[in-house]
Design a protein around this ligand. Structure first.
Ligand code: SAM
Length: 315
């Protein structure tokens, strides 16, 4: 039923890191595949990792007009301040290592960091030595604070927006500021990174060619049932187009939501619960709604959950 990677979340100092292992194998002439026997191996693949990145970067230079083919571009000057505008900076969803170099640079050079909860973000900012002024921007103050931040952006400010975890704009208040900024012709830059629903769906084993993010289900049971009925009516008979449905679920909702899914879609509906992604107790539980409900008869749901199902996928 469950897959638990049980892998260390923070690199073990006594073990070589993946990057070190890769460097060792490059030095030893071991690329991991046999270039003679692998017809897909490019002859340029003898290059080390830096060489490959440089090659892609120079291709990107040639591709300044943008034909959609370029893969990687290096920051023009990693120490320069970012251009004015609003930066949506994705941050880890549990594992502090999941922060991009670019995210750190943007935060370190922004005029002001807008955080959903400044106390919560202090841990992350402290870990990366980011010492910039920060203010809260959340569901309670977004209406009041948006005009002031738009004024600052119009005057050439560089504002970075982060949420408690993951990608700003996904189930958090970022949308308000993005919409207001775009309405004023202000540049909005996504700085991509972790996102719980993307991590969950990609490793769930459910179809990824089409998926629908359904956010948090409604708080009241009657509304949740109505929502599930609507989704079933929309997708239950459409084998070709039905997307994988993705919900963020609070731990105290898990049991009841599983029961409601069994009631609407049937007890044999296949459900995946992605729990505590990127953290020490990360696990994927994959079974019928009924069996997962049984599983939680003895245990108490804890931590953070993403729940996924595909309307056509019964077990
Ligand atoms: N902006 C975030 C993102 O990009 O995923 C989501 C913010 S939303 C307010 C918080 C919800 O995301 C949690 O209640 C949980 O359902 C889901 N979530 C966040 N981190 C998670 C994790 N590490 N594992 C599983 N679910 C997570």
């Amino acid at each position: 039923m469950s897959r638990n990677p049980d892998s260390p979340r923070i690199a073990d100092e006594n073990q070589p890191s993946d990057a070190e292992r890769k460097a060792d194998s490059v030095e030893a002439g071991d690329s991991g595949t046999d270039p003679e026997s692998d017809p897909d191996t490019d002859s340029d693949a003898d290059e080390n990792a830096d060489g490959l990145i440089a090659e892609n970067a120079s291709r990107a230079d040639e591709d300044e007009e943008g034909d959609g083919q370029s893969q990687l571009v290096e920051a023009i000057d990693p120490f320069s301040a970012p251009a004015p505008g609003l930066y949506l900076v994705a941050t880890p969803i549990g594992n502090l290592e999941d922060m991009t170099y670019r995210a750190v640079r943007i935060l370190k050079t922004s005029d002001l960091i807008l955080a959903e909860d400044t106390r919560h973000s202090r841990v992350l900012l402290g870990h990366y030595g980011i010492a910039r002024p920060s203010e809260s921007y959340n569901d309670f103050n977004k209406e009041k604070r948006t005009p002031g931040y738009i004024d600052r952006l119009k005057q050439g400010g560089r504002l970075a927006l982060i949420c408690d975890a993951g990608t700003p704009g996904i189930a958090d208040p970022a949308f308000n500021l993005v919409k207001a900024a775009l309405a004023e012709g202000i540049k909005v830059y996504p700085i991509p990174g972790p996102c719980a629903m993307v991590a969950a769906v990609t490793a769930s084993g459910l179809p990824t060619d089409r998926f629908a993010f359904e956010n948090f289900p409604p708080k009241k049971s009657a509304q949740r049932l109505r929502k599930l009925e609507t989704l079933k009516q929309r997708w239950g008979g459409d084998e070709q187009h039905a997307p994988t449905l993705i919900f963020y679920v609070s731990p105290h909702q898990v049991r009841q939501f599983l029961e409601e899914i069994a009631e609407v879609f049937g007890p044999d509906m296949h459900v995946v619960l992605a729990r505590e992604l990127t953290k020490k107790f990360e696990e994927f539980l994959s079974d019928t709604a009924l069996k997962l409900r049984e599983y939680y008869r003895e245990r108490t749901p804890r931590g953070e959950y993403v729940l996924l199902l595909h309307p056509q996928n019964k077990r």
